[in-house]
Design a protein around this ligand. Sequence first.
Ligand SMILES: NC(=O)c1ccc[n+]([C@@H]2O[C@H](COP(=O)([O-])OP(=O)(O)OC[C@H]3O[C@@H](n4cnc5c(N)ncnc54)[C@H](O)[C@@H]3O)[C@@H](O)[C@H]2O)c1
Length: 341
Amino acid sequence: MLLTLQALQAARCGVSKPKLLSTRPLFPEARAILDANCEVEYWQHPERIPRAELLKRTAEKDALVCLLTEKVDEELLNAAPKLRIASTVSVGFDNIDVPACTRHKVVATNTPGVLDDTTADFAWTLLMAIARRVIEGDAWLRSGTWPGWDLDQVCGGDVWGKTLGIIGFGRIGRGVARRAQGFNMRILYTDAVRAPAEAEKELHAEFVDRDTLFREADFITIHVPLMPETRHLICKENLDKMKRTAYLVNTSRGPVVDEAALAEALENRKIAGAALDVFENEPKVNPALIPRKDVILTPHIASASVETRTKMAVMAANNVAALLKGQRPPNALNAAELGLK
Ligand SMILES: NC(=O)c1ccc[n+]([C@@H]2O[C@H](COP(=O)([O-])OP(=O)(O)OC[C@H]3O[C@@H](n4cnc5c(N)ncnc54)[C@H](O)[C@@H]3O)[C@@H](O)[C@H]2O)c1
């Protein structure tokens, strides 16, 4: 446990500060905010906090800062009767049972907006890398077996001028579309909600039904949240609709893609390749994908720039600080349900 100077001073003065558990040491900028407002216990070990420890250490806490790897569910909320806020350092909040938080009068918060560009950059990194076989080429060169230039080596697919299909046209999906403008691409998108006409016009994006997107896109990039409706959205049936020359990029959440169906589609050359940053059962990856050259696998790093991860942690800390000061946390997910003004 790391007790801060302020907490020690407060304890000496007999004023007790709200107690908080942070399941990671975070970054100094975020720690400064938390330490000024709470008595903080940071989980300092390199390994992820075990579930039993999480339940034990949250029991007497007023606030929790967690990562997407920690589940805030009915069990945790029952074990933490004093908890007032669960602040996840991620935009995706499928780790938090928000209705359960509302029932327990716990404010749930996330970190939207600050990671859009960094994540959109990475979706493009994967898209370019899988189309142009960058990882494969790098591995070949390093193996010492590259004989020198030849006409038909490591030929991939073009990106420029092709059709980009975006599933989930929210903050990150639109960021991906914005980056496509320089590549002279046709941009298709599908979403549960159609974007305003100005956004479509600005990004030269065409709203289509899902079937059209699967059939016509050369690149499909996924940016939906994980929900019951999006689980296995990429399934055998939809993979079968894709072009044999098409590529799939997933930087959303792993369970949106049925990994076994994807491995089968690749094996049967139903699609040309896939680049995945997220996995169904992290940190595990379907073993059928591992040896494949037509797949790029990255360890859930789409938002992993120092600047952005710092901003995310600061945002999570500010959500806690606001609540403890009696203000509405800026990113409360259940503000309306809890009647927060
Ligand atoms: N790999 C990473 O490190 C990383 C980083 C950031 C975000 N993410 C993931 O990306 C997701 C998207 O983030 P965002 O900030 O763009 O979210 P967002 O809420 O701005 O956009 C999500 C879009 O998906 C749409 N949508 C929701 N349900 C749908 C459905 N059933 N069918 C079609 N469209 C649907 C929404 O209408 C919205 O437009 C997050 O939820 C998170 O899980 C992953």
